[in-house]
Design a protein around this ligand. Sequence first.
Ligand SMILES: NC(=O)c1ccc[n+]([C@@H]2O[C@H](COP(=O)([O-])OP(=O)(O)OC[C@H]3O[C@@H](n4cnc5c(N)ncnc54)[C@H](OP(=O)(O)O)[C@@H]3O)[C@@H](O)[C@H]2O)c1
Length: 265
Amino acid sequence: MTSTTNDTTAGPGRPSRTAVVTGASSGIGEATARRLAAEGFHVFCAARRTDRVQALADEIGGTAVTCDVTDAASVAGLAEAVGPRLDVLVNNAGGAFGSSPVAEADADEWRRMFDVNVVGLMQVTRALLPALLAADDGAGIICNVGSTAGRIAYEGGAGYTAAKHGTQVVTETLRLELWDQPVRVCEVAPGMVRTDEFALVRFDGDAEKAAKVYAGVAEPLVADDVADAIAWMVTRPRHVNVDELVIRPRAQAAQHKVHRVTSSD
Ligand SMILES: NC(=O)c1ccc[n+]([C@@H]2O[C@H](COP(=O)([O-])OP(=O)(O)OC[C@H]3O[C@@H](n4cnc5c(N)ncnc54)[C@H](OP(=O)(O)O)[C@@H]3O)[C@@H](O)[C@H]2O)c1
């Protein structure tokens, strides 16, 4: 783990509120880090690609932390970089790998999905919980980035949907376990979001397959839409817990019911 900061010292000009965003090197995480910085947070931008989180931290006046959420030692380094107090944790690192039916599933892909979407989220939460409990005025908050894939099933999606159902259940469990503690636990569950890398990663760099996910959808959600929702959730008064927020593009009435405009329409 390495971390570099643009402003580590307390004093005039130092924002009083801090946030950690995992998976801040692209997509929803990057947009969320930018948005929280604009809201006045000092943001710790965490992901594996150092060059990307460093460029982002330089731009928004935050702190870059190279961190693999699936690696306990790396996560311990993140907690060390953050220090004794933290206001907001956005557990966003995650993703889908592959789309095989169960009968042809690749066990390694399933393990990787469970590792990043569930175990990684748990490790980061466990490491940063003491700092969140020490947040000013008992206003600490955890926002987990789940998915509508954590609410339903779809063919070819079992590895990812199982992992994102895991994200949802861990969120619910944590809220129960921390019911008497000064910290909130919530989940945003986006539907279709057109980000640069999510579908590319899922289909192992196959741009044609990735493009089909969004084909004909004039206005899918973009990363800024989800960042906007997260920023709203984490800036509510400290007695307000938005348990879960499902957000989809207008064109997606349900997972299987997507309005696509094709050339034959
Ligand atoms: N796009 C969608 O349609 C959609 C819909 C619902 C939910 N989501 C969820 O939203 C989150 C962000 O997705 P996105 O669309 O923004 O995809 P993305 O651009 O592929 O972002 C994934 C992020 O996670 C990071 N990451 C992956 N493995 C990691 C690890 N082991 N340790 C630390 N960071 C790791 C990646 O950074 P590095 O590679 O640099 O580590 C990257 O910054 C994910 O949890 C995803 O499941 C996405």
